[in-house]
Design a protein around this ligand. Structure first.
Ligand code: ATP
Ligand code: MG
Ligand code: MG
Ligand code: MG
Length: 481
């Protein structure tokens, strides 16, 4: 179809190729750069060129870059537009063209190539960037009331605390133009979606926070493929595009539910599985093996989260009668099937990827089984205790936390099982334990300076605190010992 995800990628690359850009391959999700955990944007492979550390090979390039953003993990399924794994389409200039073309071409791509209605497009510019405002209004012809000046948070892009950066300008699509122009807020994500970010990369942020002009002015852009697919395919979120939906269908089949008639919570869980399995497959394909540190820990956490989410959906296995209750590989096969135009390495490495995934999932399932036994013991204790003291039976915050942290037990499941036995859960006590862990991992994060990415949830305990959970009774007890 003319608007399949694969065709959008192809047409984007061809559009820029015919404007003098060399089509270059995506770089790995695990960058060589030791200061960087994962590839979060298309610009990463060009960072040394932007900084003037290595000479450019070509003046202009275009890529479809595989990206991982762990800082968006909590957004997955909650918003209609965030993934952990996604593809960023980009056009780049290395000291060649600057603002004028970097605004005109994305506009032409959006309105002529992809035929988005002009009146549905809104623009943001950095509040001090009169030049960009002027080009959008005077050259392109966007009315002033559809160009918003925004602050540093949204419109000054940087890949990390230090490094290349600059003011940016974003293009938004308006789903409900009938709402009119007064009070329109680009941050309202039921009305608008940001799909293209144009970065005018002209500074290097130094250690002391000051900005130093780069020798040459560069252009770095990013368009979210899944977001453009969502717009062009006219579906209500990125997950329903042809890039992801077949994965969700497979998961629905195993969970014995039907996505389109499911309740919101079930849909969210299916989206989480669809998202995480993509990330897991591409990470393993790029050589990231589940472990307790760094990148490996990111994959491990994603795998556990996908397994737990599947269990909450009632998935009991891969539907092929295997005795062990593992199911991720069956869904991963769908990801591999869809990978052809994203990354040919995935199909080539399929058996290794599936094997790695299966091994890690089994390991986790065994841990969960141990947790189940422990929970039974805890419940028996709680009941006995309550009987002796004549109080209401309750599972302590400490026990609930131990199950969650060490045995990967979702609090939801603990609560459900406990309630079935007439035992309550001390949620206030659990909050204290959670807060205590948050503070510890914050301290761990502060000790590390990752130049790229704000990998809040997934990299906690990394890299100076080793994850001790699975073979010890209490991770925290050991850390404290
Ligand atoms: P948002 O404000 O929606 O979180 P962003 O401003 O963080 O997006 P950029 O850093 O500007 O995103 O990245 C460039 C483009 O990449 C975005 O305009 C969007 O199309 C896409 N993109 C960014 N993050 C994600 C994500 N988590 N999932 C899917 N696409 C994304
Ligand atoms: Mg973001
Ligand atoms: Mg944004
Ligand atoms: Mg942006």
């Amino acid at each position: 179809s003319p608007v399949s995800g694969d065709s959008i990628r192809r047409r984007f690359l061809d559009f820029y190729a015919s404007r003098g850009h060399k089509i270059l391959p995506s770089s790995s999700l695990a960058p060589e750069d030791p200061t960087v955990l994962l590839t979060i944007a298309g610009m990463l492979q060009f960072k040394p060129i932007f900084l003037g550390k290595v000479p450019r090979q070509v003046p202009r390039a275009t890529t479809a870059q595989k990206c991982i953003r762990t800082n968006d993990v909590e957004n997955v399924g909650r918003t209609a537009r965030h993934h952990t794994f996604f593809e960023m389409l980009g056009n780049f200039s290395f000291g060649d063209y600057f603002k004028l073309e970097a605004i005109k071409w994305p506009w032409e791509l959006s309105t002529v190539e992809f035929k988005l209605p002009v009146e549905r497009l809104w623009i943001s510019v950095y509040e001090e960037d009169d030049e960009a405002f002027g080009i959008w209004h005077n050259v392109v012809g966007v009315p002033k009331d559809r160009i918003k000046r925004m602050g540093e948070e949204d419109n000054f892009w940087s890949s990390g605390v230090t490094g290349p950066c600059g003011p940016c300008s974003e293009i938004y699509y308006d789903f409900t133009p009938e709402e009119g122009h007064s009070d329109a807020d680009l941050g309202d994500d039921t009305r608008f979606i940001e799909f293209y970010n144009l970065v005018f990369m002209q500074y290097n942020r130094k250690e002391d926070g000051s900005l130093e002009p780069l020798k040459q002015k560069n252009i770095d852009t990013g368009l979210g493929l899944e977001r453009m697919a969502r717009i062009l395919q006219k579906v209500s979120n990125n997950f329903e595009t042809d890039l992801i939906y077949p994965i969700i269908e497979k998961a629905s089949e195993l969970a014995n539910v039907s996505y389109h008639v499911a309740d919101e919570d079930t849909k969210m869980k299916l989206k989480i599985i669809g998202d995480h399995i993509r990330a897991i497959v591409y990470l393993i394909s790029d050589g990231v093996i589940p472990s307790n540190i760094g990148r490996g820990y990111v994959v491990r956490r994603l795998i556990r989260r996908a397994v737990r989410t599947g269990r909450l959906l009632g998935i009991k296995g891969d539907g092929r009668g295997n005795l062990e209750e593992v199911f991720l590989s069956a869904i991963a096969e769908k990801v591999i099937e869809l990978s052809t135009h994203i990354d040919s390495d995935v199909k080539a490495g399929a058996s290794r990827i599936l094997e790695e995934l299966r091994r890690e999932e089994l390991r986790f399932v065994h841990t969960l089984e141990k947790g189940e036994k422990l929970l039974e013991e805890m419940l028996a204790d709680a009941l006995l205790n309550a009987k002796e003291k004549g109080t209401v039976p309750c599972l302590s915050g400490e026990d609930t936390f131990l199950l969650y942290d060490t045995y990967g037990f979702p609090v939801e499941i603990t609560k459900e099982v406990a309630e079935e036995r007439g035992v309550g859960v001390d949620m206030a006590g659990l909050d204290i334990e959670m807060e205590c862990q948050r503070r510890q991992s914050q301290a761990a994060r502060n000790a590390v300076k990752l130049a790229v990415g704000n990998d809040a949830e997934l990299t906690e305990n990394v890299p100076d605190t080793e994850f001790l959970g699975y073979d010890t009774l209490s991770a925290r007890a050991k850390v404290e010992a």
